[in-house]
Design a protein around this ligand. Structure first.
Ligand code: CP
Length: 314
């Protein structure tokens, strides 16, 4: 692959390769000296048009640990504010010869569009409601490490699926790896068209969580609700928030995941989020750095091979 724009174009073998390479970076990141030369001499530019804590920090750390020259564009202080378009901004940065562009944008499809205009590798760090591929990959690595496999698991994705690029990328990835995925939440946030992904839909947490191996919670993404119906947080927690009573319906060794940022007391009880026997939320953050290192390493290998082929006329 030239870019990482989504999970959709990836073959299961490619997903496995990314996770296997990421495993080597988990080991590296746990050492005192966390450095490799995989991206030495390459330039990585991070362009975040939407807020981020985990994704931006981990892409920056990933690039630095692999020896890249990393630049974080402060988009709020850029000429976008003077009316420059996304494409003109991308072309401007492209003229500075970056090798890797990491882009988060509020509009679905914006990162794909940008990738068509530049001649470097582009990584989607989340575009609107469309995809968040590195989140799904880090979730997959977390599940594989916790459960010892990434196939034939029963996985419940719960909450605001409609507005979630995390849910979409996970649905695609977990389906490709032959897992059984259930979506759990109110019909306003889990519409029946999601059945096209081959999953079951529940609007009752107790039934939806019955005997699952993995419980993945999502926050209410109010920033994408466009003035539509927003449930009361108190009522939402009562019916759909993960607490000990609801979690008791899952398998006794089921793990609890959340991509973050969390809203404690809305979609998840704080004691469940902090329960180190069930919650793998901090492991997800750790896997995020390793997966982003792996994704950039593999794209850089393809970039170098393409450039060598172009130079030798092959
Ligand atoms: N999970 C995730 O994308 O978190 P951030 O918005 O903090 O990057």
């Amino acid at each position: 692959q030239k870019h990482l724009l989504g999970i959709e174009p990836l073959h299961p073998e490619e997903i496995k390769t990314i996770l296997d390479v990421a495993e080597t970076y988990v080991d590296l990141n746990r050492q005192a000296h966390k450095h490799s030369d995989a991206l030495k001499g390459l330039t990585q530019i991070n362009m975040f048009f939407e807020n981020s804590t985990r994704t931006q920090a981990s892409f920056e750390l990933a690039g630095k640990r692999l020896g890249a020259d990393v630049m974080n564009m402060a988009m709020q202080a850029s000429s976008i504010k003077k009316g420059e378009t996304l494409i003109d901004t991308a072309l401007t940065l492209n003229a500075m010869h970056p090798d890797l562009l990491v882009v988060r944008h509020p509009h679905s499809g914006a990162v794909d569009l940008l990738a068509q205009k530049v001649n470097c590798a582009v990584l989607n760090a989340g575009d609107g409601k469309h995809e968040h591929p590195t989140q799904a990959l880090l979730d997959a690595l977390t599940i594989r490490r916790a459960k010892g496999r990434l196939h034939r698991l029963n996985i419940a994705i719960c909450g605001d699926v409609t507005h979630s690029r995390v849910a979409r990328s996970n649905l695609i990835l977990l389906g490709k790896m032959e897992n059984r995925v259930r979506l759990v939440g109110p019909p306003t946030l889990v519409p029946s068209q999601f059945k096209e992904f081959g999953c079951e839909i529940y609007d009752n947490m107790e039934e939806g969580l019955k005997d699952v191996d993995v419980v993945m919670m999502l926050r209410l993404q109010k920033e994408r609700m466009d003035g539509g119906f927003i449930p009361s947080e108190r009522e939402y927690f009562h019916r759909y928030g993960l607490d000990a009573a609801k979690l008791a319906h899952a398998k006794p060794d089921a793990i609890v995941m959340h991509p973050g940022p969390m809203n404690r007391g809305v979609e998840i009880d704080g004691t469940i989020a902090d329960d180190i026997n069930r919650s793998v939320i901090q492991e997800q953050v750790e896997m995020g750095v390793a997966v982003r290192m792996a994704a950039m390493d593999l794209l850089a290998r393809n970039l170098k091979a393409d450039r060598e082929a172009a130079n030798t006329g092959v």
